[in-house]
Design a protein around this ligand. Structure first.
Ligand code: SAH
Length: 492
């Protein structure tokens, strides 16, 4: 029984601390708020209860008292409770209030600090928050006033300090902040910056002076979450900019892929500064544990001569299940393994097992033809693949008279959450298979496909996209790296 307040940092999982990650991975219950990104939520085990207590500006879907009570109740149930908060849990985050009830009830707690947006926003804007020649202190101030009252801050004192001023929760009152700095005697030429969605790939940064920043922010519709930085150190924001200089900054790309497949493409694009929106159009649902016939077949795995995998996902579901159901892996000792392609083979290799056969061409028909020669009379093959998967393999095996059992160990189903996703204003959509194009079209039925610039991995994918009327670009090679090159070329 314990409650841990964890700071999630300003954005993605990269700025979560190692301790934060450790605590999240061991959580039974996680209460999180709206500044926590999807890739951080993805590290929480599926078995944990996830409660969204997100606070939207001005609205509090779950009132603070209710959050405090939830923390207490779940802890009293003996659970490992994590309260995940954007940035640092004690920086304008009511972390102190959340501990109060726990302290009263003698519930053990821990607090894991996080990278606060107050500092990260400056870093990602290329602004050294202190500098020996320009600022010997920085001051973090909340511009949020209770019930829309005017902000009550001693600007005279602040301006006199001559340090870097950092305002949080100030996006909607930026004019008020700057005006009060000027009234308190700040030089109108002092440089200033506003950083929206700091440290995320959709970050926007605008520079001006304390006199001009409000107009600039207004003209560009700067919205919360944003950090306002006022002080001489802002003069470096262009010279020391490292983030906006990435080659694909400002580009927004929709990557259509299967959920849980670590998308190499998204990662490569993010590394180049691109704002990636992932559309996981399908999700994988394991079927074995819920099906007795399958379980029986797997228990008799030693009766098969060949075990056939048609995807890396299948490999992982298969071996995870053996482990979970305590089916001894030595049952596979005389079973040969065939895989449809290199990626699938790699997953088998990771389990410390060699693969006997991979066809030269990575497709179901080629795998079938190969097996028709390898599987001898009197031998039987077990295909551990997807339900309603590609029929090419089983068709070839049937035609050539190979004895086999087709055992679907997982199913691909439409992801309902994605189905309600809204995407607009993107530069390209990237598709890595014809079924990704199909899935995309099913989800976004009413979209004007003619306006989409589609970057496709190969001819099959390209023709699926062309059939929908998209403007199609095909990567030179059927590889993720080549898609990235194509996107770079198109963005240049
Ligand atoms: N505990 C948080 C702050 C919570 S107050 C922290 O340490 O960062 C909420 C305010 O934080 C927002 O109004 C905004 O000013 C700022 N903020 C949080 N995340 C941000 C981000 N990624 N980019 C810009 N500002 C952010």
């Amino acid at each position: 029984m314990k409650v841990t307040l964890v700071g999630a940092g300003p954005g993605g999982v990269g700025l979560l601390t190692l301790r934060g990650l450790e605590v999240l991975q061991a959580a039974d219950v996680v209460l999180y708020d709206r500044f926590v990104s999807d890739d951080i939520l993805a590290v929480i085990p599926d078995s944990a209860e996830k409660i969204d207590v997100g606070k939207h500006a001005g609205r509090h879907p779950v009132p603070q008292d209710a959050i405090n009570t939830l923390l207490l109740e779940r802890a009293k149930e003996g659970k490992n409770v994590v309260r995940l908060k954007g940035g640092d849990p004690f920086v304008f985050a009511r972390g102190g209030e959340e501990l109060e009830l726990l302290a009263e009830n003698n519930i053990p707690f821990e607090v894991v600090p996080g990278v606060t947006s107050a500092v990260a926003a400056a870093t990602y804007a290329g602004i050294p928050i202190t500098h020996r020649d320009y600022a010997s202190s920085f001051h973090v101030i909340t511009a949020h006033a209770k019930n829309n009252e005017p902000i009550d801050i001693d600007f005279d004192a602040l301006v006199k300090l001559d340090g870097t001023l950092v305002f949080l929760m100030g996006a909607s009152v930026i004019d008020d902040i700057c005006e009060k700095c000027l009234l308190a005697g700040m030089d109108k030429d002092i440089p200033a910056a506003v950083v929206e969605n700091a440290a995320a790939n959709n970050q926007r940064k605008f520079l001006g002076t304390v006199a001009t920043l409000p107009q600039i922010a207004k003209a560009n519709n700067v919205e919360s979450p944003a950090v306002i930085i006022i002080g001489k150190v802002c003069r470096f924001a262009t010279r020391y900019d490292w983030f906006d200089r990435k080659p694909l900054r400002g580009k927004r790309i929709v990557v259509v892929s299967i959920k849980y497949r670590t998308s190499k493409l998204s990662n490569a694009l993010r590394e180049l500064g691109c704002d990636v929106v992932e559309i996981p159009y399908l999700k994988i649902v394991p079927l074995i544990a819920t099906n007795d016939t399958l379980t029986d077949k797997l228990k008799n795995i030693k009766d098969y001569s060949w075990l056939v995998f048609t995807s890396g996902v299948g490999v992982n579901i298969f071996f995870d299940y053996l482990k979970e159901a305590l089916i001894d892996i030595r049952g596979l000792i005389n079973v040969k393994i065939a895989c449809v392609g290199m990626e699938t083979e790699k997953e088998v290799n990771k389990r410390g097992i060699k693969v006997e056969y991979v066809p030269d061409e990575y497709n179901g028909a080629a795998l079938g033809r190969g097996l028709s020669i390898l599987v001898k009379n009197g031998e039987r093959a077990l295909i551990a693949g997807a339900k309603d998967g590609d029929r090419d393999l089983t068709d070839v095996l049937t035609e050539t008279g190979v004895a086999f059992d087709d055992v679907p160990i997982y199913e691909k189903v439409r992801d309902d959450k994605t189905a309600s996703a809204v995407i607009n204003d993107f530069d390209f959509a990237a598709f890595t298979s014809p079924s990704a194009v199909k899935g995309f079209a099913e989800i976004f039925v009413s979209m004007d496909f003619g306006k989409i610039k589609a970057v496709c991995i190969g001819e099959k994918t390209a023709s699926a996209a062309r059939a929908l009327g998209m403007e199609v670009y095909v990567s030179t090679e059927a590889a993720v790296g080549s898609m990235v090159e194509k996107i770079m070329e198109l963005s240049a």
